[in-house]
Ligand binder design. Structure first.
Ligand code: FES
Length: 223
């Protein structure tokens, strides 16, 4: 069943229940996001970048969790939305090792894209950097995992469990949360079948192919 809603004054049609983020993106609007995966229920909603305002709601809502309803009026760029997005972005960057020049994802990075589209700084001023200094795992013959660049979006964990061997999962809690193998084994010793789906979905430079690994090894199918 189709519903009609308004996004920034433009009337659009959507499947009832489709999450607002997908309705907006499908209709050419931009909503920053790092953790959204179409069709995954419940959505991870971990990056907190995708806030929008819906008329009649007291506070902004995350568009990756909010279903489209007939007659809904959505605003993508209100001052409250800007404040929340900027704070979430700064928080992510405060845990991210920023080394764009030497990063394999330079110019193809979700954080750089968001900074550029929203005119935000990659070196935020308000929050202090909390360096993680975790060991980089280069044990796997095909890819490198740098937990210091991970934004904990959860896409690699999800895809590893959906399409791979379930090698990756979250470990620890709160500020110490990391993506890890069971018992923190090096990837080369873990149960990884090298499908490289995790490399394909990582939006930042945390999981990248090793130099010289042909791109045909990286799955293309989008999620
Ligand atoms: S895309 Fe909605 S919280 Fe990350």
């Amino acid at each position: 069943m189709l519903v009609t809603l308004s996004i920034d004054g433009v009337e659009v049609k959507a499947r009832k229940g489709e999450k607002i983020i997908w309705v907006a993106l499908d209709n050419g609007f931009y909503i920053p996001n790092l953790c959204a995966v179409r069709g995954v229920e419940p959505p991870f909603a971990s990056c907190r970048l995708c806030f929008v305002e819906v008329e009649g709601r007291q506070a902004p809502v995350t568009s990756c969790t909010e279903p489209a309803v007939d007659g809904m009026v959505v605003h993508l760029n209100t001052p409250r939305v800007h404040r929340l997005r900027s704070a979430a972005f700064e928080f992510l960057l405060s845990h991210h090792r920023l080394d764009c020049v030497h990063c394999a994802k330079n110019r193809n990075c979700g954080l750089q894209e968001i900074a550029s589209r929203l005119k935000l700084r990659l070196k935020p001023k308000r929050l202090k950097q909390i360096p993680r200094n975790l060991p980089v795992d280069s044990s796997h013959p095909l890819f490198i995992y740098d937990p210091n660049k991970c934004v904990l979006c959860g896409k690699c964990v999800w895809v590893c469990q959906e399409k791979g061997t379930g090698t990756l999962d979250f470990a620890f809690r709160g500020i110490n949360t990391v993506v890890s193998t069971f018992a923190g084994k090096p990837l080369a010793e873990a149960d990884c079948e090298a499908c490289l789906a995790c490399v394909q979905v990582c939006p930042v430079g945390a999981l990248v192919p090793k130099e010289g690994v042909p791109s045909i090894f990286i799955p293309r199918a989008g999620i």
